[in-house]
Design a protein around this ligand. Sequence first.
Ligand SMILES: C[S@@+](CC[C@H](N)C(=O)[O-])C[C@H]1O[C@@H](n2cnc3c(N)ncnc32)[C@H](O)[C@@H]1O
Ligand SMILES: [Zn+2]
Length: 278
Amino acid sequence: MFEFSCPVCGMPLKRDSGSLRCPDGHCFDISKYGYVNLLRSNQSSQKRHGDDRLMVRSRSDFLEKGYYMPLLDCLCEKVSAFVSDGDAVLDAGCGECWYTANIFRSLKQKGINADFAAADISKDALRIGARREKGIACAVAGVNCLPVADSYCAAVLNIFAPCAGEEFYRILREGGCLIRAVPLKRHLMGLKESVYEHAYENEPENPEISGFEISDITNVTYTLSLDNAQDIEALFKMTPYYYKTSREGQQRLAALSRLETEAEFGVITYRKCAKYVE
Ligand SMILES: C[S@@+](CC[C@H](N)C(=O)[O-])C[C@H]1O[C@@H](n2cnc3c(N)ncnc32)[C@H](O)[C@@H]1O
Ligand SMILES: [Zn+2]
C-alpha cells in the first residue's frame, strides 16, 4: 500500500485502526468516506479549497458517461509503459479519482499491481474519489506540499490540475516519470461559442518544466457529440466557465439540446533529470 508521510514531521505514516500514525505520535483520522486529511492549516490561507460540490458532481456525472474515454485510453497506455509491479504512483490533483481508478484497474488487468495514491485539495472531490476504488490511498493535500517522502514515486500523474514541478521533482525517484494532461487551444471551443458572443481560444501552456525533460507529447483530438441537455449542462458546470458566464449566456446554454464541440487534449510525458536545473 502507498505510504504517506507525516505532514508535521515527515516520518512515515502507518495504519493504526481508523487512523494513520507516525512514530512521533502525530495522528490523522481516516474519514468515513475513506480519505485522510493531511492538509495543514498553515499550508493554505484560502477559505475555499479546490473544486466545490457542484463542479465535482457535474464532472463525475459527465466522466461516467465515457465522453473522455479516448483520453483515458491514451493515459492508460502511457502509464503502463513506465510503471511496474510494486511501484508507487501518485495522482496529484486527482479530483473524484475517475482517471486514477480507471488507470489503476487497467494496470491490474495487465498484471501490474502498483501502489496508487491520490491527492487533492478539495474534500468535496475526495468524498466521491475515495469511495471509487478501495485500493487507492486518498489524501486531502495541496500539490505544492505533498505528504510524500523524497524520491518515493515511480510516476506522478497530473491531469488538468495545477502543476508543481519542484514538488513533483522532489517526490519522484531518479528517472521517474511525470504524465500530464492539458487542454489544447481549441478544447471545448464549440461549447464556448454557444455561450459567449466572443469566444476565445485557450492560452497555450509552455510545456517545459525545470528538472524534467519531455520524452513524448501526444495530442488526443476528436469531436464530442452531446445529444441531451443534461450532459451539456454537466460539461458546462464542470468547467470554470460556469462561474464566469452572464445570465444570458446561461440561458443560451440551457436552451441547447444538442452540442458538437472539439475535445482537444495534450498528454505530455516527462522524465525526471538527474539534476534540478532552474
Ligand atoms: C479540473 S480539476 C481535475 C480533476 C481530475 N484530475 C480530473 O481530471 O478529473 C482540477 C483539480 O485540481 C484540484 N486543485 C486545485 N488546486 C489544487 C492544489 N493547490 N492542490 C491540489 N489540488 C488542487 C481541484 O480541487 C480539482 O479537483
Ligand atoms: Zn509526525
